[in-house]
Design a binder for this molecule. Structure first.
Ligand code: C5P
Length: 399
């Protein structure tokens, strides 16, 4: 965590999720940050300023003018290393998107020269309203960062999307945003994720169970660290938050290969986490194949080995990372792959581990690199594994 001595403005607006802001402020202070809370009037109906001033150790600010004192919003905006507005209500979001500044929080937002992170909280119908989407898009286009809302119980009693992210996730997001000044800032990365579908006819395909979770986690973590990410994503069924990523959706290995070749030359880092089909039907039938005989033979031909082809194009300055899913002789096979594909790094995940692999939320990996490095990690969430992989890439490029 990189929050020690960081100056953080926590803006709180009028939403029931404001009660969670106390936990957020407490967690930030515990990490060593200096926290200045700014509340809107409506926020005070949900949580007491006294709670927040006690937790932050600073007077809570709310008004532009208090008696004969003027809160210097410009200097507050310059003081902070980061400003986080959590919860962000629909009303304050609309005002931010419209450039209004009828309270201190909005004035500081408009004056802030630091990164601004928002954690929206609202009922699902408001969240899904095109006006809300437009307002959020505006904020994103100005470089503000949006922490995705969660799914679950809402203040209305309904269940759906719109819950504010949990304080721990917000703390992690803030730490990630601040570390964007790290070694990956301004770099470009290509990531592949998901399966490929190789079509036999208009209704059938050969595919696999890859969920895309691992590759998307890598892509998101790279983006969190300031990298421009191009994600080439196969046909996945899960809905992912792909905000801030440049996404190209593909179906087949051939399409994935074309999409990768288009951008590869300009990339600093390439991580191929997709589970690409090795074989595709040799012929595609324009019409649905009829059921006739008891048996049917399908001829398959090899798909392009994308990793290997990119390995042949790679310059010494580029880092190329492949994945290996092995069932036996894992280490020997991973090392062979490193060589055969001219990759810099191979992330081995074993199908023997019941918490690792396709569709799971966790993974257990060992990372091998071309300079002889080997790092074995414990079973972790795919998000945490993504962080480990990226730390290995940074370590490899610095070694
Ligand atoms: O050879 P194997 O399929 O085991 O290698 C796995 C690695 O190669 C993964 O990184 C995967 O994304 C990549 N791959 C590829 N093109 C293929 C098959 C695998 O890029 N046709």
């Amino acid at each position: 965590m990189t929050l020690k001595d960081k100056k953080i403005i926590v803006g709180i607006t009028g939403s029931i999720a404001a009660y969670k802001s106390a936990l957020l402020v407490r967690a930030l202070v515990k990490e060593g940050a200096e926290v200045q809370v700014i509340m809107t009037q409506a926020a005070k109906d949900f949580i007491s300023p006294l709670t927040l001033s006690t937790l932050s150790g600073k007077k809570v600010l709310s008004e532009i003018f208090e008696e004969d004192e003027w809160a210097n919003h410009v200097m507050l905006g310059r003081w902070a290393d980061i400003m986080v507005i959590a919860p962000l209500s629909c009303n304050t979001l609309a005002k931010m998107a419209g450039g209004l500044c009828d309270n201190l929080l909005l004035s500081v937002y408009l004056s802030a020269v630091c990164p601004v992170v928002v954690a929206p909280a609202m009922d699902e119908d408001m969240w899904k309203h095109p006006g809300t989407k437009k307002n959020l898009e505006k904020l994103l286009s100005w470089g503000n960062l949006v922490i995705p809302v969660g799914y679950g119980e809402l203040a209305s009693g309904l269940t759906g999307e719109g819950r504010m992210a949990e304080p721990e996730s917000i703390v992690e997001f803030i730490a990630g945003s601040l570390s964007k000044s790290g070694p990956l800032k301004g770099k470009k990365a290509l990531v592949t994720a998901g399966p490929t579908y190789e079509h036999l006819d208009p209704v059938r395909f050969i595919g696999n169970h890859s969920s895309g979770k691992m590759g998307v986690a890598v892509a998101r973590e790279l983006a969190n660290r300031g990298t421009e990410v191009h994600l080439v994503l196969g046909p996945v069924s899960q809905h992912f938050d792909l905000n801030g990523l440049q996404v190209k959706r593909v179906q087949s290995a051939e399409e994935m290969f074309i999409a990768c070749k288009e951008v590869f030359a300009g990339m600093d880092i390439t991580v191929m986490a997709a589970a690409v089909a090795d074989y595709a039907p040799a012929e595609y039938s324009q019409n649905k194949i009829k059921k006739n005989d008891d048996e049917m033979v399908v001829n398959l031909s090899k798909t392009p080995d994308i990793l290997k082809s990119l390995g042949q194009m790679k310059t010494p300055a580029q880092v190329l990372v492949g994945f290996a899913l092995e069932t036996d002789n894992e280490e020997a096979n991973a090392m062979k792959k490193l060589e055969a594909k001219n990759a810099d790094m191979i992330v081995l995940n074993s199908l023997k581990d019941e918490k690792a692999g396709f569709g799971k939320d966790t993974n257990k990996v060992t990372v091998f690199d071309r300079k002889g490095g080997k790092k074995a990690f414990d079973t972790k969430s795919k998000e945490a594994v993504a962080k480990d992989i990226i730390d290995c890439i940074i370590g490899y490029t610095n070694a």
